[in-house]
Design a protein around this ligand. Structure first.
Ligand code: NAP
Length: 295
């Protein structure tokens, strides 16, 4: 049972539909949410600000959008009229130790958090969230695959690179749709698990041979694994859906020059299943905040 966030001021800067669900849950738990860049109406516990500096005054915690900022500090803020930049002077006004929650932190944000000794919490790195989030991610990847190929997943050859939280769900879903699935992973334990789940399993070193018979390749490895030597071995018409965090694991320029269609597919849960993705966060974030502000 969650205890309350009564009287706790939380700043919510930018975001998308997911943040609206989180905000609602925080308000239900008694928090006062100071919002910038979201289409919400003011109420007893929701205060809307035009600028970040004022929204941060006196708050006990800060909530950033799932993708956080880019390398210039620009916040992901789909509803904001003008771009929102999180600048050093904004974070400088927070007390050291203030919890700052984000999906994934880029180096820009990491540096600032370190400089001002804030408590960074990367929500997407928490197993519970990453595993639940793998469901809309996998469904989104399959949707893109279907939209971009003239064949069914059923009966196709699907290669999934990596076998972590996202890949495991994706490979299972592809198999359930009738695909012939091959998992390529460097970890022997992950390959053993893939085999146990009914997939073919190969070491990363075998990737050039494995891709030669693929119709679909789904990459979840955040490292440059689909490079020229691998791409050259693919058949014309193979589709790559690259889920790995930016810049992905594919040499996109090379793929294009070889006539291989490769799609970088970031943010699938927010794009295709924003309500589910928001509900996952709305379940977890209040608990994290309660723990963080009471520690
Ligand atoms: P994860 O559980 O950590 O799994 C990552 C997988 O990649 C593991 O099999 C890992 O193997 C492998 N890997 C990592 N670095 C590698 C390297 N240098 N060489 C070979 N294998 C490597 O991560 P996840 O939660 O599944 O997420 C995977 C990626 O997808 C991340 O980049 C994440 O940000 C992204 N993602 C994207 C979306 C989207 O909407 N596009 C949604 C969710 C996640 P080891 O265990 O051996 O390291």
């Amino acid at each position: 049972m969650l205890s309350s966030l009564s009287g706790i001021g939380v700043a919510m800067l930018g975001g998308d539909q997911r943040n609206l669900l989180v905000m609602q849950r925080l308000v239900e738990l008694g928090a006062t949410v100071k919002v910038v860049g979201l289409p919400v109406s003011e109420s007893d516990r929701v205060v809307v600000y035009e600028d970040i500096e004022h929204a941060l005054q006196g708050v006990r915690a800060v909530l950033l959008p799932v993708p956080g900022t880019d390398e210039e500090g620009k916040l992901h803020a789909v509803y904001a009229k003008d771009p929102l930049y999180l600048q050093p002077q904004h974070l400088a006004q927070l007390k050291p130790g203030t919890p700052l929650l984000v999906g994934v932190a880029r180096p820009y944000l990491r540096k600032l958090v370190e400089r001002y000794k804030l408590a960074l919490l990367e929500v997407m790195e928490i197993d519970e969230v990453a595993i639940l989030n793998s469901i809309p991610s996998a469904e989104g990847a399959i949707l893109l695959a279907m939209q971009n190929m003239p064949i069914t997943i059923h009966g196709s050859q699907c290669v999934v690179t990596g076998f972590g939280r996202t890949a495991m769900t994706l490979a299972r879903m592809l198999k359930a749709l009738g695909a012939h699935t091959t998992v390529v992973a460097r970890s022997p334990a992950q390959r053993a698990r893939a085999w146990e789940m009914g997939h073919r399993a190969s070491d990363l070193g075998q990737l050039p041979e494995v891709v030669g018979r693929a119709d679909f390749i789904f990459n979840t490895i955040p490292a440059p694994v689909l490079h020229r030597e691998v791409l050259q071995r693919m058949r014309p018409g193979t589709l790559i859906v690259d889920l790995a965090s930016a810049p992905g694991g594919t040499d996109f320029g090379c793929a294009e020059s070889l006539g291989i269609k490769a799609i970088l597919a970031p943010g699938l849960p927010g794009r295709y299943s924003p309500r589910t993705a928001g509900e996952i966060l709305a379940d977890v974030i209040p608990r994290l905040l309660i723990e963080a502000v009471s520690s």
